[in-house]
Design a protein around this ligand. Structure first.
Ligand code: BES
Ligand code: ZN
Length: 616
C-alpha cells in the first residue's frame, strides 16, 4: 500500500504540470497526497468541553487541487467524524476511510468535485486524544480550575483535528474557540491578554504553518508584559516568578534578530504550563509552551527560551520536510540557541551548555551502540513512530556539525550563510538532500578545501561521531574540576569554593561522581548542598540519578515526589531506566509509576510504558 502510494505520487509528480502544485518530498508519516490535493487555509470553530474532555466543532479547509484530483486525503487518529460538507448550504457529503495503521491513524478520504475549493469536516476528539492533556484542578498550581493543553509535534495533530499532518504542508488559520467563562484560551496565533465574559475567543495566524505547530491551551491563565514584543502567560500564582525568570526575553529577541534577520511572527510570548508538560519547551508560533521546571529562581535555565525562540527561524520558518530530516530543525536551533545565549550571558556560559550537550551526545551514542543507524543525522523512520527518532543525536550531533563548519570557515561567513538560508527559504520546507545542495552552492564552493575538511556527507549519512568533531572545552568547568579533585582528595563539602556556581556547574559536579562513593560522603554532600530537596529540577534529577546508582536511599522519598509531580520526559526516562536495572529498583519504579502515570501526558506515558513493559 505504501509502495503503491509512493509510486502514485512519483507518477503524479511527473504528470502534473509543474505550474499548479509545488513538488513535495514524500512523507512516510502522512496519508496526505499533496501533489493531488493540499490544504491552504483553515477555519476552525470549536467548543472545548471539560465535562466530556472533548473538543468538537468544525474544521473548514480551503484546498488546492490538481485538475485530475478526485479526492483529498486527511490524517486522523481516534477522531469521530460527524459530517462532511463541500457546499455552502451544509448538505452532508460522502467520505470514506482508507488505510488504518497503529502509528499513523486512519486515512480520511473525501471525494472532490471538479470545482471543490472548500471542505468542511464536523468532528469530535476522543477523551484520550494523544495531543490533549486534560488536567483536573488538583494538577494545576491554582487547584481551582481544570486545564487543557495540546502538544502536536510530531504526529499528534491528527488526534486534535483532521489535517494533512505533515511538516511539509503549510496553512494559515483562523479559529473561534469557546471555553468555560472562567477560563481563557490561547493558541499558536495572535492571543488575547485577558479573559472576556463570553468565553469566546478569536484567533488568527497569518503566516502559513505546518500542523505540528497548532496549539491550544485553556485554563486560568494571566498575562504579564516583559518588553515591547514579548511577554509571559502563566497561572496567576506562577506569573510573578515566571516574569522574573524571563526578564531578558525582549533582549533575546533583539539579539536573535541581529544574528539571523527579522523576527517574522509579530509577538513572541511564553506560556508556562503545569509541571506535567512532557517537554522542556515547544516552539508553537508566537507562543512557546514551556515547562515550569525551568523556573530555577536564578534565571540559569532560560536558554530553553533562546532555544524555542530560535525555532522561529530554524523550524518554523524553514521546516524539516519530514521527520527523517528532524536534525535540520533541532541541530540548527541548538546552534542558534547557543549563539543567543552567548550574546546575552557570555561565551563561558554558552560553553558550559555545549559541554553538557556533548556529554549527553556521548551517552546517547553509547545507548545506540547496537543500532548505530539511529545515530545518523538523516534518519529512516519509515514504519516507525517518529517519536522514536527524537533524541539528542539531532540536537547535539547537528550542533557539532555546525560548530565544525563555523570553525572551518569562520563565524562571519557562517552567519552570512545562515541569514541567507533563512531568508531565501522562509516559509518553505527543506530536505537533507536539498540542504546539501544548498550549502555546496552557497558556502562550500566559495571556500576551497572547506568541503573536504568538513566532509558533511559523513556527518549526515554515517553513524557515530566523525573524527573531525570539534573538541568542546569549558573554562568554568575547569574550575569545577579543580574543586571536584579537592573533594576526591578528602576535602569536606563545606570547604569547597562553590559560591558563584549556577545550575550548570552543579550538574557538571554531580555528573562526575565516581561509581563508588561511601554513604557517609553522599550524606555529607546532601546535607551541605541540599541536593535532595532542591527546587532546581535539573539539579534534582542529576542528584536522584546518582542516588539510585549509589543506593543513597534517603533521596528516594524526594525522588518519588518529583516523579509524581513532574512529567517532563527528559527527567523521567533516565531515572526509570536506572531503576529498571535492579530487582529492588524495578519494584520501586512500579510503585512510583502507578501513582505518577495518571499525571503524565501521552508521550511521556508511551515512553515509560514501553520501558517498564507496562500493561493497563
Ligand atoms: N520541538 C522540540 C520539542 C519536541 C521534539 C516535541 C520532538 C516533540 C517531538 C523543542 O524545541 C525542544 O527541543 N525542546 C527541548 C528543549 C531544548 C532546550 C533542547 C526539550 O523539550 O527538552
Ligand atoms: Zn527544539
Amino acid at each position: 500500500m505504501i509502495f503503491y502510494k509512493k509510486f502514485k505520487i512519483i507518477f503524479t509528480l511527473i504528470m502534473t504540470p509543474l505550474s499548479s502544485i509545488p513538488a513535495l518530498a514524500i512523507d512516510p508519516h502522512s496519508f496526505a497526497i499533496p501533489a493531488e490535493a493540499v490544504v491552504q487555509k483553515l477555519y476552525l470553530n470549536i467548543n472545548v468541553d471539560f465535562g466530556k474532555k472533548t473538543i468538537n466543532g468544525k474544521a473548514q479547509w480551503t484546498i488546492k487541487k490538481s485538475e485530475s484530483a478526485k479526492e483529498i486525503h486527511f490524517d486522523t487518529k481516534n477522531i469521530l467524524i460527524e459530517k462532511v460538507t463541500i457546499d455552502e448550504i451544509g448538505n452532508p457529503w460522502k467520505f470514506a476511510w482508507g488505510k488504518e495503521d497503529a502509528i499513523l491513524g486512519h486515512d480520511l478520504i473525501i471525494p472532490l468535485k471538479n470545482n471543490t475549493t472548500v471542505v468542511t469536516i464536523f468532528y469530535s476528539t476522543s477523551p484520550d486524544a494523544a495531543a490533549c492533556q486534560w488536567l483536573d484542578q488538583q494538577q494545576t498550581a491554582g487547584k481551582k480550575l481544570p486545564f487543557l493543553f495540546t502538544q502536536c509535534q510530531a504526529i499528534l495533530g491528527r488526534t486534535l483535528f483532521p489535517c494533512q499532518d505533515s511538516p511539509g504542508i503549510r496553512f494559515t488559520y483562523e479559529a473561534d474557540v469557546k471555553v468555560p467563562v472562567e477560563m481563557i484560551a490561547l493558541m499558536s496565533a495572535e492571543n488575547p491578554i485577558e479573559k472576556n465574559r463570553t468565553g469566546q475567543y478569536h484567533f488568527r495566524m497569518t503566516n502559513p504553518i505546518p500542523s505540528y505547530l497548532m496549539a491550544l491551551a485553556v485554563g486560568d491563565i494571566q498575562y504579564q508584559s516583559i518588553g515591547e514584543r514579548t511577554g509571559v502567560y502563566a497561572e496567576p500564582s506562577m506569573l510573578e516568578k515566571s516574569a522574573y525568570e524571563f526578564i531578558d526575553m525582549q533582549k533575546m529577541l533583539e539579539n536573535a534578530e541581529k544574528l539571523y534577520g527579522p523576527y517574522r511572527w509579530g509577538r513572541y510570548d511564553v506560556l508556562v504550563l503545569p509541571p506535567s508538560f512532557p517537554f522542556g519547551g515547544m516552539e508553537n508560533p508566537m507562543l512557546t509552551f514551556a515547562t515550569p521546571t525551568i523556573l530555577a529562581g536564578d534565571r540559569s535555565l532560560v536558554s530553553l527560551v533562546s532555544h524555542e525562540l530560535a525555532h522561529s527561524w530554524s523550524g518554523n520558518l524553514v521546516t524539516n520536510a519530514n521527520w527523517n530530516d528532524f536534525w535540520l530543525n533541532e541541530g540548527f536551533t541548538v546552534y542558534f540557541e547557543r549563539r543567543i545565549t552567548e550574546s546575552l550571558y557570555g561565551k563561558d556560559f554558552a560553553d558550559m551548555e555545549a559541554y553538557l550537550g556533548m556529554d549527553d551526545l556521548k551517552e546517547t551514542l553509547k545507548e545506540f551502540e547496537k543500532t548505530p543507524n539511529a545515530t545518523c543525522l538523516k534518519l529512516k523512520l519509515d514504519g516507525q513512530d517518529p517519536d522514536d527518532g527524537m533524541n539528542s543525536i539531532a540536537y547535539e550531533k547537528g550542533y557539532a556539525l555546525l560548530l565544525l563548519i563555523e570553525k572551518t570557515i569562520g563565524r562571519v561567513a557562517l552567519d552570512a550563510f545562515l541569514r541567507k538560508y533563512f531568508d531565501s527559504n522562509a516559509f518553505q520546507t527543506m530536505t537533507t538532500e536539498q540542504f546539501l545542495i544548498y550549502i555546496e552552492k552557497n558556502l562550500f564552493s566559495k571556500f576551497p578545501g572547506a568541503e573536504k575538511k568538513v566532509n558533511i556527507k559523513e556527518w549526515v549519512y554515517k553513524p557515530g561521531l566523525p573524527q573531525n568533531c570539534p573538541i568542546i572545552v569549558s573554562e568554568r568547568f575547569n574550575d569545577v574540576n579543580s574543586q571536584f579533585q579537592k573533594w576526591m582528595n578528602g576535602l569536606s563539602p563545606e570547604n569547597l569554593r562553590t559560591a558563584n556556581w549556577t545550575t550548570h556547574e552543579w550538574l557538571n559536579f554531580i555528573d562526575k561522581l565516581p561509581t563508588q562513593v561511601s554513604m557517609t560522603r553522599m550524606t555529607q554532600l546532601d546535607s551541605v548542598f541540599k541536593f535532595s530537596s532542591t527546587g532546581n529540577a535539573e539539579v534534582a534529577e542529576a542528584w536522584f540519578l546518582q542516588s539510585l546508582i549509589h543506593n543513597y536511599t534517603p533521596a528516594y522519598i524526594f525522588m518519588e515526589k518529583f516523579l509524581i509531580e513532574v512529567g517532563r520526559r527528559k527527567f523521567l526516562m533516565p531515572l526509570y531506566k536506572e531503576m529498571m536495572k535492579t530487582k529492588y529498583g524495578k519494584e520501586l519504579a512500579t510503585k512510583i509509576y502507578k501513582q505518577a502515570r495518571p499525571n503524565y501526558h501521552f508521550v511521556a506515558r508511551q515512553s515509560v510504558d514501553e520501558l517498564l513493559n507496562w500493561k493497563n
